[in-house]
Write a protein that binds this ligand. Structure first.
Ligand code: ADP
Ligand code: PAZ
Length: 329
């Protein structure tokens, strides 16, 4: 006898897949897209990338970041097309040309955001359609140390409230609005503070990359129920760099060990004191910083923004990207 269940169409038996706005790709599936990527790296460019000083493996560049630069190149073209449509619609009333394409790069302290951002800058600048690529890190918008101390925020450095978020959003809004010159304060890891009197200037780039812990945070609540604009509202594309927390801690400690042998040796380094105690004592400090500042910030503030990214890069213990989730809806 044929049961009523088995007489249902085949699709009715299948469990409904969980609704997700992402398409998930393995490393192999993503890297296969490399073959469709024009502009393979030349030997000279490989050398140039080495000159960035990053330890990144060149197979990783070819398999992961080269296809990503192609995807972004397609997005830039499509976004310009949309802008053209808007300009046709608006006519004289507010149409704009030369609007930069803005990319956000988010993730924990030490997950490798700066490395990914520097690499993307170099790879994107190779495309004749968008040679002028600027990279800005959000640390320039941290409150100066004196202010952090006065507000009791020294042990919350990197948390959303340790930044001048309004100034950061205004900075990106001004660049996007096509202002000729926009400036930002500069942060120094050496002095662990904003550098007095120093500014960074951005002049009408084709692409702006904004890298930082909190770039995907939602907008602050506005006064009187008014909606505020979030930094991410200005992004045309965003990347969240993801990894297991235990791996990120290991990378944080290993970077600290390396800095102790190099940058911390500088007499003006805020961290010079850690070159004058044993490695174990110095690492105790780094472990405490991780446990009390960077890990809670990751859990409470950074990781919850992952679902807002256009692309999530999931790294394995060796920094190699293992899985990618690309927003399709
Ligand atoms: N792809 C990679 N391969 C190997 N090491 C890497 C890679 N990306 C980052 N690292 C290392 O991991 C540490 C953290 O990277 P970094 O880009 O400084 O992180 P973040 O900007 O997120 O704080 C650094 O020591 C860096 O050299
Ligand atoms: C400067 C940072 C807050 C990162 O800032 P970002 O560029 O992501 O805005 C971070 O690297 C940092 O120094 N955190 C403080 C705790 C620590 O010393 O690790």
């Amino acid at each position: 006898m044929i049961s009523s269940v088995s007489s249902l169409p085949r699709s009715a038996h299948r469990p409904r897949p969980e609704a997700t706005p992402y398409v998930d790709l393995t490393r192999a599936e993503w890297s296969a897209l490399r073959d469709k990527t024009p502009l393979p790296l030349t030997a000279e460019e490989v050398e140039k990338l080495r000159g960035l000083g990053d330890v990144i493996d060149l197979d990783e560049v070819r398999d992961i970041y080269l296809p990503l630069s192609r995807l972004l190149n397609l997005y830039v073209g499509a976004t310009n097309g949309l802008r053209g449509a808007l300009n046709t619609f608006l006519g004289e009333q507010g149409s704009q040309s030369g609007t930069p394409f803005v990319i956000g790069v988010a993730g924990s302290v030490a997950v490798g955001k700066s490395t990914v951002a520097r690499l993307l800058k170099a790879l994107l600048a190779r495309w004749p359609e968008h040679p002028r690529v600027e990279l800005v890190t959000t640390d320039g918008f941290l409150l100066p140390m004196k202010e952090l101390q006065e507000r009791g925020l020294m042990s919350r450095k990197g948390f959303p409230d340790s930044y001048d978020r309004r100034a950061l959003t205004r900075f990106v809004a001004d660049i996007k609005a096509g202002k000729d010159e926009v400036t930002a304060p500069v942060y120094s890891h050496l002095i662990y503070d904003i550098v007095p009197g120093q500014r960074l200037t951005v002049r009408r780039p084709d692409i702006l990359i904004v890298e930082g812990l909190n770039v995907l945070q939602p907008a602050l609540p506005g006064k009187d129920g008014r909606t505020r604009v979030a930094l991410a509202d200005y992004f045309d594309f965003s990347v969240y760099v993801d990894a297991r927390t235990e791996d990120i801690e290991r990378w944080y400690l290993s970077r600290f060990r390396k800095l102790r042998r190099t940058a911390f040796q500088d007499p003006s380094s805020y961290f010079r004191k850690y070159t004058q105690v044993s490695e174990e004592e110095a690492l105790d400090y780094a472990r405490t910083t991780w446990r009390t500042i960077n890990r809670p910030n990751l859990t409470e503030n950074v990781a919850p923004t992952r679902g807002r990214a256009t692309l999530v890069l999931r790294k394995g213990p060796d920094h190699k990207v293992q899985r990618l989730s690309l927003r399709k809806l």
